[in-house]
Design a binder for this molecule. Structure first.
Ligand code: CA
Ligand code: CA
Length: 165
């Protein structure tokens, strides 16, 4: 994929994610009548999602970094920039030329992108475990747009006062 295609793909993915994040938030905050609440089945999946959000913005156990703080800003804030940094990384993982540019894991790709100054260097990411601890916020062992969506959702929920420290 050439650079233009990647950028367009990334922009489309970003817009989709923002729309998805907004839809989810409105769905969660507007169904306040008892009849509507009765319709909301608290499935296991919903409980899982809540759990993921609780991980984001918190220190990863036994480390000095914060889950979801992809850009490693000093305040440790989870903001849109963390999602866009992650989306940029994901776009390059998806477009990676595995045939010609052999890598062992996503950390190798990350390092190469940092060298080329395509993604920002996060000093906390020193190995593949750190990379996944910070970026794989929904803990499904894949760094994907779902993780970026969860970061956006956290950011929006926090902004709406739905998440307290
Ligand atoms: Ca951040
Ligand atoms: Ca994930």
């Amino acid at each position: 994929m050439n650079k233009k295609v990647k950028i367009i793909a990334l922009l489309i993915a970003s817009m989709l994610l923002i729309v998805m994040a907004c839809n989810k938030i409105f769905a969660e905050t507007t169904n306040l009548s008892p009849a509507d609440n009765a319709k909301t089945v608290n499935t296991e999946e919903n409980e899982e999602e809540v759990k993921y959000i609780k991980n984001i913005g918190k220190p990863y156990e036994g480390t000095d970094y914060i889950v979801g703080n992809v850009d490693n800003d000093e305040q440790g804030n989870i903001e849109i920039n963390d999602a866009t940094e992650l989306l940029s990384f994901i776009a390059y993982i998806l477009a990676w030329d595995y045939e010609n540019d052999k890598v062992n894991d996503d950390y190798d790709i990350y390092q190469k992108l940092v060298e080329k100054k395509i993604v920002k260097n996060n000093e906390k990411i020193k190995n593949v475990e750190d990379l996944y601890n910070i970026c794989d916020v929904n803990e499904d062992n894949v760094i994907s747009v779902k993780d970026a969506a969860e970061i956006l959702r956290y950011y929006a929920c926090k902004g709406a006062g739905l998440i307290k420290d």
